[in-house]
Design a protein around this ligand. Structure first.
Ligand code: ADE
Ligand code: ZN
Length: 351
């Protein structure tokens, strides 16, 4: 695969904003329930006759002032309560995939939280059928490839994760892997050692949120106990230089979510975000939107705000986009085609 394009230095600095918007990219960290915009929440609430504790779209949006991960999760789970039918899941995922296409996302690996829905009596089949329909439409109508990753909620027990896996197995051809999300502090990766071992035996790809709010030890254990292939967030790795060396040496990707980190107060302001530091340390960082409806923007907004605030240049843009393709779970031959499109995009800006 290609390294930096030879003529990258010819890209004018004032074209950087346009470049990061136009360049092809992959999104590897998006919770589909976090793409549910307030307007769609209200529409679905009306359609499904679900009562919401907010009088209007504006009042709901005004409640999006978070102090930490848990303060966000409380609202995020309440928002998801309007999702009941297959059509609701399709509408939600289709809305996201159209936005992804507009941001030049060629490939998305999409998290979903089945336990948030099955706990309310929505069958797993309803969730996966709706999401799969949107995924299929994205390929045929938008030329965007998408895959699904089932996330276990870490505030629930491992036994409940096993029960969810059992429900999911008849649909194993519809999702490529499993992840671990929800409240990080107090719920270390090792709590899910046995269910991840089983998923590994089943041939599923493995990822986990670690080092968002939790300490570097959670990243070590996600790697060594759960044997994950990517770390979601991982920004707190910088507190442990030995861990940084290991992540760099093994080329383990971090799916970093800059706007999320600001909204959840992981960093006080974008100027203090450590994305540039992660790249300088040789880490395979990527940029992602996490929960774009709640955190102020989709992929290109994340790129725009990080590039406006941090010492990142065209080489960093190329590296981030290339990392996103290389760290994806797509076939190698497909990755080569995407990187070729990335090179073409940079060549156009250097011309
Ligand atoms: N679920 C949705 N977004 C999340 C995040 N940023 N961290 C943990 N769990 C999540
Ligand atoms: Zn996340």
């Amino acid at each position: 695969m290609s390294s930096l394009p030879a003529d990258i230095h010819r890209i004018p600095a004032d074209r950087l904003g346009a470049l990061v918007a136009a360049m092809p990219k992959a999104e590897l960290h998006i919770h589909i329930e976090g793409s549910l915009e307030p307007e769609l929440i209200f529409q679905l609430a009306q359609r499904n006759r679900v009562a919401l504790p907010y009088p209007s779209v504006e009042a709901l949006r005004a409640a999006y002032a978070f102090t930490d991960l848990q303060s966000f999760l409380d609202i995020y789970y309440a928002g998801a309560s309007v999702l009941l039918h297959e059509q609701d899941f399709e509408d939600m995922a289709w809305a996201y995939l159209q936005k992804a296409a507009a941001d030049n996302v060629l490939h998305a690996e999409i998290f979903f939280d089945p336990q948030t829905h099955t706990a309310r009596g929505v069958p797993f089949k309803t969730v996966i059928d709706g999401l799969s329909r949107a995924v299929d439409r994205a390929q045929s109508e938008l030329g965007v490839s998408a895959s699904l990753i089932l996330c276990f909620l870490r505030h629930l027990s491992e036994e409940e994760a096993f029960a969810t896996l059992e429900e999911a197995l008849p649909f194993q051809d519809r999702f490529i892997g499993v992840g671990l999300d929800s409240s990080e502090r107090g719920h270390p990766p090792e709590k899910f050692a046995r269910v991840f071992a089983r998923c590994r035996d089943l041939g599923l790809r493995l990822v986990a949120h670690a080092g968002e709010e939790g300490p570097p030890a959670y990243i070590w254990n996600a790697l060594d106990v759960l044997k994950v292939e990517r770390i979601d967030h991982g920004v707190r790795c910088v507190e442990d230089p030995t861990l940084v060396q290991r992540l760099a040496r093994e080329g383990i990707a971090l799916t970093v979510c800059p706007l999320s980190n600001i909204k959840l107060c992981v960093f006080p302001q974008m100027q203090q975000h450590n994305l540039a530091q992660l790249l300088d340390a040789g880490l395979k960082a990527t940029v992602n939107s996490d929960d774009p409806a709640y955190f102020g923007g989709y992929m290109n907004q994340n790129f725009a705000e990080t590039f406006a605030s941090l010492p990142l240049d065209a080489a960093a843009a190329y590296t981030l986009a290339r990392n996103s393709f290389e760290a994806s779970f797509a076939e190698r031959s497909q990755k080569v085609k995407w990187v070729d499109r990335l090179d073409e995009s940079f060549a156009r800006f250097a011309a």
